[in-house]
Design a protein around this ligand. Sequence first.
Ligand SMILES: NC(=O)c1ccc[n+]([C@@H]2O[C@H](COP(=O)([O-])OP(=O)(O)OC[C@H]3O[C@@H](n4cnc5c(N)ncnc54)[C@H](O)[C@@H]3O)[C@@H](O)[C@H]2O)c1
Length: 268
Amino acid sequence: MDISGFALVTGAGSGIGKACAVSFVEEGAAGVALLDINGKALEDVKEKLTSLSQHEEFQCLSFEVDMRNEKDVADAVQNCARTFGRLDYVVNAAGIAFKNIGGAACAETTDWQRVLDVNLNGTFYCLRAAAQQMLRQSYLESVIDGRSLQRGSIVNIASLAGLVGVTQSTAYCASKHAVVGLTKTTALDYAKEGIRVNAVCPGMIKTPLIVPGSEIERATTDFVKTRTPIGRWGTPEEVANVIVFLCGGRSSLMTGASLSVDGGYTTQ
Ligand SMILES: NC(=O)c1ccc[n+]([C@@H]2O[C@H](COP(=O)([O-])OP(=O)(O)OC[C@H]3O[C@@H](n4cnc5c(N)ncnc54)[C@H](O)[C@@H]3O)[C@@H](O)[C@H]2O)c1
């Protein structure tokens, strides 16, 4: 994947974010910073990464932050860049799922606000702080052929619900379409400044986001059976592989893309 620099992952305590953190270590990252609202989960992931790393000077940082808190997110990103000396890869994986039963007519403002605050505003706060740091730093060189790669690479996690409509998903669908838009505009703004920004759009992935017995589990299980050509759930590792590829030097020509990782769902 051509990964040699320092990574920051939000939502790193579980699911896709955790799988990304593991993949960064396996691919040779020099350090990984983990952000999540769940402090206990962070400690567990930190322990796992430290035992996995083959890198002699591997550094792992963790920050218990709520992505809705603009200042705490900016402080964590700056703290991480100061400690590492730079920030090469940022993955915005923190997110929540929510079903608006009855659609927009029945949606509560508090539910709408909460989903937008975490999924969109949290992604923006982290992306903004990361871009400010990346614009100040030098280009990273490929460990494979020495060519100049990028000042920084950011990957936002959207969803198939960021590309197509999904029923009873008023706030979630709006938040993920907005993440795709944020990805495209930021990619254009910094294409010549050496920052790449891409998104992944996962389909149905078996993670703790899909709470057993919940409305979301019922709906997604039905989608897996009836609408997903590949006919099975995806794993967090399958999504992490694409994300780490998008961060690293193997994807050096890619910016502004929103890659579907959904077993063919959005091809139909
Ligand atoms: N699982 C799927 O099927 C699926 C499909 C499409 C998109 N996604 C997206 O992938 C991303 C990761 O989801 P996942 O399935 O790994 O879920 P997950 O629940 O396993 O992990 C999400 C992590 O985000 C953290 N988090 C939630 N709110 C936070 C906040 N306010 N501040 C900081 N951290 C917070 C949680 O503590 C958790 O560790 C989300 O953006 C989700 O919308 C998931």
